[in-house]
Design a protein around this ligand. Structure first.
Ligand code: ADE
Length: 244
């Protein structure tokens, strides 16, 4: 997969891409990430990337020319690339969205700054607008990193053998996990996990996953894949919760 990022703060990306799974995915060639400074596509003598909005009002807007020149330059050898604008006005980012983006061969991220970007960029060059949540960041850079992190770990081979896929795939929260020691300050690991009975462990985990989702994110439960066996577990959970 190829990922191009258009930003006026290219340095912001160095650290996250030099650690852990992202670093490994880059060095092993699973993903080719290229950072472009929008300023390099600005032709005016001060390399300006922002300007005052027509009609007045506070704040500055990102100018269309440098961004569009950047997109066109990247697309020259990569025509099918999907252009994603990071903005709090976009569609909310979810695991499902990450799965969809991970199927693309090529993505271009535009990181907005200031009060936003000229509307013509959004209208004519952008394929998708993504928000990572209902809050306003100082720019799209951190948001792009979040989106890219969740996409790259889904590329086949990005997670090593020890790292497994998550239950979020199925729309549920993860069950509780424990590691050694078996007893820590008097707090024990649940007995079933030490039993060696894989079938029982699987049922316990599924139930805990359903329980956690019921308590914390009932909204997810409505969309999740629920089997007949899950329905039995959910009925038990309802009773357990009523009894406190
Ligand atoms: N830029 C500023 N805030 C943002 C957000 N919440 N999501 C995506 N891009 C942003």
């Amino acid at each position: 997969m190829r990922i191009d990022i258009l930003t006026i703060f290219p340095e912001m990306f160095s650290s996250p891409f030099e650690q852990s799974i992202l670093k490994r995915a880059i060095t092993s060639g699973l993903v080719d990430i290229r950072i472009h400074n929008i300023r390099d596509y600005s032709h005016d003598k001060h390399r300006m990337t922002d300007d005052y909005p027509y009609g007045g009002g506070g704040g500055m807007l990102m100018k269309p020319e440098p961004i569009i020149r950047g997109v066109e330059s990247i697309k020259r050898d990569n025509q099918a690339a999907k252009v994603v604008l990071m903005t709090p006005q976009g569609i909310r980012y979810t695991q499902q969205k990450a799965v969809n983006l991970a199927r693309s061969d090529s993505l271009i991220f535009i990181c907005g700054r200031y009060e936003g970007v000229d509307e013509r960029v959004r209208e004519f060059w952008v394929d998708e607008e993504i928000s990572i949540g209902d809050y306003v960041l100082t720019g799209g850079e951190l948001a792009a990193m979040v989106v890219i992190d969740a996409v790259v770990r889904l590329i086949p081979g990005a997670l090593g053998g020890g790292e497994t896929a998550d239950s979020f795939y199925e729309g549920l929260l993860e069950y509780p996990q424990y590691t050694r020691p078996r007893c820590y300050r008097g707090m024990m690991v649940p007995e079933v996990l030490l039993s060696g009975n894989h079938q029982e462990i699987a049922i316990w985990r599924r139930k805990e996953s359903l329980k956690r989702t019921t308590i914390r994110r009932p909204d997810l439960l409505k969309e999740a894949k629920i089997s007949k066996k899950d329905e039995v577990l959910l009925a038990e959970i309802k009773i357990d919760l009523k009894q406190g």
